[in-house]
Design a protein around this ligand. Structure first.
Ligand code: PLP
Length: 422
């Protein structure tokens, strides 16, 4: 297949007629976002606002395809100015940003890192790769966030860091976490993969820890396919973070004209994304307010329609702690049992609606299970068995939200009636 992207012919933002096999830009966007549907209502659909390809074309026309070009700088400046991060560094993923935090902490084999068990494998892998021992903690009873009350007992003289995940973009208890980590002289790392544009008592998530990490994977609110951000809030770590991102060299300082050649300074790897990825991301950042407000409308619509389930004890809705904002990253239910959740998923599937569970407990995983110290992390097990995520994406219409909610309610009611008969 021959692609004619019109490179060099159309580079300005006014151009909406870049052709690809005869498609206009808007038709092309539609093709991308609607291709190969496997269900009527998938769990996620990447959201495109319109300027993603235009920006990428502009980047190609600028002739700077590798990292740290104009779009990378625009995105990084946006994060620093908007969210107050001391230094924002785009990365190829949140996974890579987490690996950078582990390198920046100078972890030694045997050092201990405390984190929730209810998280993605990358949170743990990043530190395991440096030889650390992972100590998994339980979640709160009423949110999947780490239970800060249970952390002090896990701290030993080898503990170096506490890593927290703001699950579904809802803030952990940051006052308690700051007090704890400062008292014990530990790093506080925020895995804010879900938590773009989210706040604790009005302060941006990602600005509390010495370092924090974000994801722009296509399932997140703000996307670029695969991508991430390392926010560095401790000024002492900034220079080294730049070096580690650029294969252990001071190439970034070289391109700023601060040194006359770049050399190998430290360990590092290739964590810098291509500038055309940043160009895509920039189109999303420019439209962040629109994305967030649309997602919040959908979230609130679900909440309003599904409230009766919570009132009748058929499922729990997400609890937003008083200290937390809601960035509408995810709408989930906590079902009453694994059997009920399986029944709801199957019922939705019959109606061509895709709803999905989430993390499996890392402390019980085939890889880590044999190393876990045997503590029962009861809330983690409950969220792993009972949490159910409903479709939530930018162009999910109110009619589709209603269709999902109706099937969920019907499934909960019929499951309840059948259990009473048993
Ligand atoms: C809590 C958490 N941390 C890290 C990641 C990894 O993000 P990425 O896919 O950008 O590497 C994910 C992925 O969804 C996640 O849920």
């Amino acid at each position: 297949m021959v692609y004619n992207w019109g490179i060099g012919l159309q580079s300005s933002k006014e151009s909406q007629v870049i052709e690809r096999n005869g498609y206009t830009m808007s038709q092309l966007l539609k093709t991308i976002t609607t291709s190969a549907p496997t269900t009527d209502i998938p769990f996620n659909r990447p959201c495109l606002l319109g300027n993603e390809l235009v920006n990428m074309m502009e980047c190609l026309d600028q002739g700077h395809l590798s990292g740290n070009g104009d779009f990378t700088k625009r995105c990084e400046r946006f994060f620093e100015e908007r969210f107050g991060f001391k230094k924002a560094l785009l990365t190829t993923s949140c996974t890579d940003a987490l690996e950078m935090t582990a390198l920046l902490m100078n972890l030694q084999p045997g050092d201990e890192v405390i984190m929730p068990s209810f998280t993605f494998v990358s949170t743990a892998n990043a530190f395991l790769l440096r030889g650390a021992k992972i100590v998994f903690a339980d979640s709160e009873a009423d949110t999947p966030n780490i239970d800060v009350q249970k952390l002090e007992a896990l701290i030993t003289e080898k503990t170096r860091a506490v890593v927290v995940v703001h699950y579904a973009g809802m803030a952990c208890n940051m006052d308690a976490l700051l007090a704890l980590t400062q008292r014990h002289h530990l790093f506080l790392i925020e895995d804010a993969a879900h938590a773009i544009d989210a706040y604790y008592k009005g302060k941006t998530l990602g600005s509390f820890g010495q370092m924090s990490t974000f994801s722009f994977h296509e399932t997140k609110n703000i996307i670029c396919g695969e991508g991430g951000l390392l926010a560095v809030n401790d000024p002492a770590l900034i220079d080294r973070a730049e070096i580690i991102r650029e294969k252990g060299t001071n190439r970034t300082a070289f391109f700023r004209g601060q040194v006359d050649k770049y050399t190998w300074q430290d360990i590092g790897s290739s964590f810098l994304p291509a500038d055309y990825v940043a160009a895509f991301l920039w189109a999303q950042l420019e439209n962040m307010a629109q994305i967030q407000s649309r997602r919040l409308e959908i979230w609130r619509h679900y909440e309003q329609l599904l409230k009766p389930l919570a009132e009748k004890g058929l499922a729990q809705l997400p609890k937003i702690p008083q200290h937390a904002s809601n960035n509408a990253h995810m709408f989930y239910l906590v079902c009453n049992s694994l059997e009920q959740r399986t029944y709801i998923i199957d019922t939705l599937k019959k109606d061509k609606i895709q709803a999905v569970f989430h993390y499996l407990p890392l402390h019980e995983s085939p890889y880590y299970g044999p190393h876990h110290d045997g503590r029962n992390l009861e809330n983690v097990t409950r969220y792993a068995d009972c949490l159910l995520r409903l479709p939530l994406y930018y162009d999910l219409t109110p009619e589709l939200v209603e269709r999902v909610a109706k099937v969920v309610i019907a499934a909960c009611v019929s499951f309840e009636l059948a259990s009473r008969e048993r």
